[in-house]
Each structure stands twice: as C-alpha cells, then as structure tokens.
Write a protein that binds this ligand. Structure first.
Ligand SMILES: Nc1ncnc2c1ncn2[C@@H]1O[C@H](COP(=O)(O)OP(=O)(O)OP(=O)(O)O)[C@@H](O)[C@H]1O
Length: 243
C-alpha cells in the first residue's frame, strides 16, 4: 500500500507570502490496483506526483507523510512518467534512454517488448526525441518509467495528446500492470477512461481533495458521486463526449 497522510505543499515566493497549493491530502493506493486522481487544471495533481517521486521544485515545502508498505520509500521505489515531454533527454536515442533507466533500477529491459506494449514500433528505439510525434513521445516517457522495473508507477496524463485507440491501449495497459501486481497511480483529465480502470478516483478542487469515489460511481448523470464539484467535472466530460 502507498499511503499519503495529510500532505500539504506550499511555495516560497520572492517578497510575497508563502503560497499554499495543496492542503490535507490523504490517499491510500493499494498495489494490484489503479488509483485515479483528477481535478481541474492547477488543482495540484502533478505536485502530488512530484511529492511521491521526490521531485518537488526547490521552492516547494511539503509536510505530511508518504509511505510505501509502511516505510519511507527508498529512491527508485516509485517511477514517475511526468506530464512534460521534456523529461526525455533530447541528446539520447530512445533505446539508450530505456537502457539507462533500466540500469538505474538495477535491471535490464526487453525494450522491443516494452515498446510493443505501448503500441510503439521497434524502430522507435533508434529515434531521437525530436523525431517523435507528441503521442509517441508521451508513450516513450511512459516506457522510460516502466524500464526501471519499479513496482510502483505514477503516470501523469498518460493519454494526453493520444488518439482514442492509443488512449484506450494505454489505460488498458495500466489495468494490466495493476493485474500483474503493480501499484499504479494515474492522473488524468480523461475521466471516462480513468474511472473505467480505477478502483477509486480522488477528486481535487483547487488544492483540496473533495471526494474519493469508486471508479464505477462515475457513470450516468453522476448521482452516485457525493460532491457537487465531482458531479460537475463528470457531467462536463460526459456532455463533451456526446457532442
Ligand atoms: N514551482 C512553482 N512555483 C510556484 N507555484 C507553482 C510551482 N509549480 C506549480 N505551482 C502551482 O501549483 C499549483 C498546482 O500545480 P500542478 O502542476 O500540480 O497542477 P495540476 O493539477 O497538475 O494542473 P494540470 O491539470 O493543468 O496539469 C498551480 O497553481 C501552479 O501554478
């Protein structure tokens, strides 16, 4: 179990008061399941990912407790596939980067097999990041995180910029990895796909968690959701999807 207790994040600013951007987050993410995080832009989702992975910006101050299996996680326990595609090294071919991440995790990687699970052809191994489309780069980012063989993965917006079939494939992969025993946390604006694979989805509104609901509560008109903000978020996507 990956547990977050009372996580708060605030930023130091030049000649300005501290800015609080995340307040009192509790989260329990079991291994063997997908745990979803959603919310409006700027709600604090990527900062949660960074806090778990230990990559918060230098001007951030975090309080609270993050544990995996009851212990403070060692480096490399949790792999992060960040939202920004600039996480890829522009000066290394994708194959080199996958091998590098595998070494970081003290393991080796069957790179063609990994790419194929993400719907990428083996030729991508020889490609430089600038030669990839946005969707291919997103999947290459995910591949670098998976290459570490960490048993915990946080995927921040893994379907952003992907066509519908590729997005379906990525969310199905998240579910498959969970079925293989991985602990998976997925951050996504794509609520229909996110909720379809998640055991629970935590909804954030402006830095505050408002509700943790079972994935299946995101259906129909959202009547099974407890908080009005969650219902609005869900209904907005459903209306968008049916237009
Ligand atoms: N280095 C920083 N210094 C100051 N504020 C920051 C910094 N990084 C992020 N923030 C602020 O923290 C808040 C949360 O940012 P975060 O990136 O976690 O949002 P998000 O929920 O992931 O949004 P999106 O869905 O748009 O990716 C935002 O208001 C953002 O402006």
């Amino acid at each position: 179990m990956l547990e977050i207790e009372d996580l708060c994040v605030r930023f130091r600013r030049h000649r300005a008061p501290m800015l609080t951007v995340l307040e009192h987050l509790d989260l329990a993410a079991p291994s063997g399941a997908v745990t979803g995080l959603c919310g409006a832009s700027g709600a604090g989702k990527s900062l949660i990912a960074a806090a778990i992975a230990g990559t918060l910006p230098r001007n951030a101050e975090a309080t609270g407790r993050i544990t995996v299996g009851g212990k403070i996680p060692a480096p490399q326990t949790v792999a992060l596939a960040p939202q920004g595609l600039d996480a890829l090294d522009p000066l290394a071919r994708i194959g080199t980067q996958l091998a590098r991440f595998a070494r970081l995790g003290g393991t080796s990687v069957d790179a063609p097999d990994l790419l194929s699970r993400l719907g990428l052809a083996p030729r991508v191994l020889d490609a430089w990041p600038h030669e990839l489309s946005g969707g291919m780069a997103r999947r290459a980012c995910l591949a670098t995180a998976l290459a570490t063989s960490a048993r915990w993965l946080i995927a921040d917006e893994p379907t952003s910029g992907l066509d519908a079939a590729s997005a379906d494939r990525i969310m199905a992969l998240m579910a498959d990895l969970a079925a293989e025993g991985y602990g998976i946390i997925v951050i996504s604006h794509d609520l229909p796909r996110l909720s379809s694979v998640s055991r629970t989805v935590t909804v954030l509104e402006a830095g505050r968690p408002v509700e943790t609901a079972p994935g299946k509560a995101f259906s129909g008109d959202g009547a099974a959701l407890a908080h009005p903000f969650s219902r609005r978020l869900w209904q907005a996507q459903e209306v968008g999807a049916s237009c």
